[in-house]
Ligand binder design. Structure first.
Ligand code: ADP
Ligand code: ZN
Ligand code: ZN
Length: 802
């Protein structure tokens, strides 16, 4: 027997199947979708078996060296999906397979066999597990290859389990735990021995009078509002015991989730739920667009739909944008479905991600909630797939394979004959257009669950403010409302729309702007360490004190960063407590969640942040949202900039007045007349859609035209131009007259990390040969590309043009 293998060498030249002989002892074991080790040139490398055949056209075949899996890591369906992804995104097959699996499977791991049911173990295997329940795979299999088949069967029957232990970088995670062994009565008398002024220590003892069991030190400090030193004092007195405990890698395991029950749906919710339930019931695939204003109860609908799928014995995938994967969000799913939920997001370590994936693979959970890559959760009986905030840009992967999770969801939905739900208050134009022509089924939720009005939105023209002599970053209207909320003890959110806008450094005398020497991009000034940083390549320099161009000392930074806003708030509203959320304050793991939690617990009046605060927050006490600069994004060289502006403003407005208190929004802008800002006032998505569609039609952009973008980069400028020119020419020659091939043009960021960047853009309606043509281009340059000097990337559905 012969195995056809896709090898782990992502390059154009190795992007095909290689045949290997299957050693006789493995012929009954090896299946499609398993990983193997094969000889490749002088090396041994990993690969995926994608086919098993009887004869090969190649003679002198080499043999497979090792089998890495006992059960396939890629199911039949995922193999098919991989083929489809390869074709759709013009990626290498190996990249398409790997994106579906946790990265831990790629690294060198130690393979172990864990015995789950010693009493039922086949006779032949028993000696190995007499004294221990875990054995090294190699120790058993390498010395007894004949046992493989028995092992495989035992794994299938659930008697044994294969475990890959990933050596996470760094040491094991431990928690310092605090415990008290005294009874409540004993504590009562102990308290009297403590000095009266040791209030914190007394508070801690009180905690243990009311709670039994261990508690993490950090949590204890938080709950009793005490400090490490007070805890230590009690440990020293022998009242408390401290010890380090290894902490399981599930990041949400330590959170307590209160069980929730389905809410009786409102009539509006019921109406849109019926067709989805029918689709589940009848096993018919439909793609639904659930278009519902913020707070209209979409999430509750997701929960009830999932419940139906689970009750049929099926599984569910829920995608939410990375940044919305807050404890609040996770809580809603874990609260309803408890330990049946796995959570996958990029904040997890390699090992944690692998743990969550394994729970799905072993069918220990039936709901996967996660960011983009969770769409590949290896379920085999999907009942529903949900994509919340479907318009989010992060659902598109910006490296090979350049897939969009929405397309993958629909592929899988078709395969499993189950519904796909795309939910949003501001659907992407493409999606809404498809719903309008009936390719998706449109379901609308027009009002909020609490019947509360959407917040009132006022647009403030900042040019007027300037004319009236107000040079502050806060308009009079916003400032007055902030003061008002402080008096009323209500909370506010301030959004600094920073995309395409940062604190750059300029010489006031000659206009010199400090730029990165490797990229054509201006430096961003970082106040915390007084440095200049390039956000494209990470290059960092000390802040300059004199102008390199004219030696003037009038070098200043311009623009508004969150730090500047925070300082300004400190001056004009000194009594306000501010939580700042941006890349700097959320870099540490868990920091994002902690800041939100603090805000939710009322530890601050103002939540100030960048885009990352616009989504998913559901705090009852927020009654004011201020957008400091609404239009910074409008001027980016990207045809979606109006759409993104409208989406962001609508999203952030939705944070206000979600519960009993009514909400207000102030949008500050220099272009109040722009329709993407004006229509936010009316909460009028449909009018926005119509306006924007008209523009897209006239300028030949999606959804009227498809776009493919080819990016070329090289260290030498003439080479980049030459290659891009040839490519453009080649494409032009072969496509129909209806297609519009633009190029070569310099990319908006024309140089990154010393590489020059050029683009060719193809706008087209129907070009069946395009895929083949682009493949030819890839092939033609594959040698140069694999040498690493030339880079050519092709994106069949670009979301970014920088
Ligand atoms: P969305 O996801 O559309 O923003 P949510 O599902 O978060 O809306 O609902 C908004 C609020 O209304 C939440 O606090 C939720 O618990 C509540 N809610 C949703 N559906 C119902 C219902 N049928 N009855 C009562 N409250 C509901
Ligand atoms: Zn100067
Ligand atoms: Zn740079």
């Amino acid at each position: 027997m012969i195995a056809r293998v896709v090898v782990d060498v992502p390059s154009g030249q190795t992007d095909r199947l290689f045949d290997y002989k299957i050693p006789a002892e493995w012929s009954h074991i090896l299946e499609k979708g398993m990983r193997v080790v094969v000889p490749f040139g002088p090396r041994s490398i990993q690969g995926f078996v994608v086919e098993i055949i009887e004869t090969s056209t190649v003679d002198k075949l080499k043999e497979i060296k090792d089998i890495l899996d006992v059960t396939p890591v890629l199911t039949e369906e995922l193999l098919k999906l991989g083929d489809w992804l390869t074709e759709q995104t013009l990626s290498y097959k190996i990249s398409a397979y790997q994106v579906m699996l946790p990265a831990a499977l790629k690294t060198k791991v130690e393979k172990k066999l864990v015995c789950l049911k010693p009493q039922h173990l086949p006779f032949l295997l028993q000696p190995f597990f007499e004294k221990q329940s875990i054995m090294s795979w190699n120790e058993i299999v390498e010395t007894n290859p004949s046992l493989l088949k028995t092992i495989k069967e035992a794994v299938k029957e659930g008697l044994l389990e294969v475990e890959y232990s990933v050596k996470d970088k760094g040491k094991k995670q431990t928690h310092r735990m605090i415990e008290c062994l005294f009874s409540k009565e004993q504590l009562v008398s102990l308290i009297d021995t403590l000095p009266q002024r040791a209030e914190k220590q007394i508070a801690i003892v009180h905690y243990f009078m009311n709670n039994v069991g261990k508690v993490p030190l950090i949590r204890l400090i938080e709950l009793t509002d005490s400090s490490r030193s007070s805890v230590k004092a009690l440990v020293d007195k022998g009242i408390l015991i401290e010890k380090d405990e290894e902490f399981y890698r599930d990041p949400f395991l330590n959170e307590q989730f209160e069980q929730t029950k389905p809410l009786p749906l409102t009539e509006q919710q019921q109406q849109v739920t019926i067709p989805i339930l029918t689709s589940i019931e009848e096993n018919v695939h439909h793609t639904f667009l659930l278009h519902g204003v913020t707070g209209s109860g979409k999430t509750e609908i997701y929960l009830q739909v999932i419940e139906r799928a689970l009750s049929k014995g099926q599984e569910a995938i829920v995608l939410v944008p990375e940044i919305s994967l807050t404890p609040q969000m996770v809580e809603r799913f874990k609260g309803r479905f408890g330990s049946q939920v796995a959570v996958l997001h990029s904040g997890l370590s390699l090992g944690e991600k692998y743990d969550e994936w394994r729970k799905i693979h072993r069918k220990e959970v039936r709901v996967a909630v996660g960011a983009r890559s969770a769409i590949f959760a290896p379920f085999e009986n999907l009942g529903v797939i949900i994509i919340d905030e479907e318009h989010e840009g992060s659902y598109k992967q910006e490296e090979m394979p350049r897939y969009h999770a929405r397309d993958v969801a629909i592929f899988r939905g078709q395969f499993y004959h189950c519904p796909v739900i795309l939910g949003s208050a501001t659907p992407s134009l493409e999606t809404f257009a498809r719903a309008k022509v009936g390719r998706y089924e449109l379901l609308t939720l027009g009002v909020r669950v609490n019947k509360g009005p959407l917040p009132t939105v006022d647009v403030v023209d900042m040019r007027e403010e300037l004319r009236a002599g107000n040079r502050s970053m806060f308009s009079i209207a916003l400032f007055e409302k902030m003061q008002d909320r402080l008096n009323k003890k209500e909370q506010m959110v301030l959004l600094l729309n920073r995309r395409g806008f940062s604190t750059f450094v300029m010489c006031r005398d000659c206009g010199f702007v400090a730029t990165c020497e490797h990229c054509d991009i201006s430096f961003t000034y970082h106040k915390s360490n007084h440095s200049l940083k390039c956000h494209y390549c990470g290059h960092e320099e000390r802040m300059i004190s004199t102008c390199p161009s004219c030696a003037s000392e009038h070098v200043r930074f311009f623009g508004t960063g969150t730090q500047r806003v925070e300082e300004e708030l400190g001056k004009v509203l000194p009594e306000a407590r501010v939580i700042r959320m941006d890349v700097d304050t959320t870099r540490r793991k868990g920091a994002h969640q902690k800041l939100l939690k603090d805000f939710g617990n009322g530890k601050a009046d103002i939540l100030l942040g960048t885009q990352m605060i616009a989504k998913g927050l559901d705090f009852p006490n927020i009654t004011l949202v201020g957008v400091l600069t609404a239009d910074t994004m409008l001027h980016l060289p990207d045809f979606r900039s109006s759409e993104r502006t409208f989406q962001l403003l609508t999203q952030v407005s939705g944070r206000a007045g979600r519960h009993k208190l009514p909400g207000e929004v102030i949008v500050q802008t220099y272009t109040p007349e722009h329709y993407s800002i004006e229509l936010v006032k009316e909460h009028d998505y449909v009018s926005f859609f119509q306006r924007e569609m008209f523009i897209r039609k006239n300028s030949g952009y999606p959804p009227y035209f498809h776009i493919a973008l080819i990016n070329v980069s090289h260290q030498e400028l003439p080479k980049v131009i030459h290659v891009t020119e040839k490519i453009t020419h080649f494409i032009k020659e072969q496509l129909s007259n209806e297609a519009n091939v633009l190029g070569p043009v310099a990319s908006p960021v024309a140089r990154i990390k010393d590489r020059y960047r050029y683009q060719c853009m193809i706008k087209y309606k129907n070009e069946p040969a395009l895929g083949k043509i682009l493949r030819e281009i890839q092939q033609h340059y594959s040698r140069e590309v694999s040498q690493g000097e030339l880079l050519i990337s092709i994106d069949m559905n670009p979301q970014m043009f920088m």
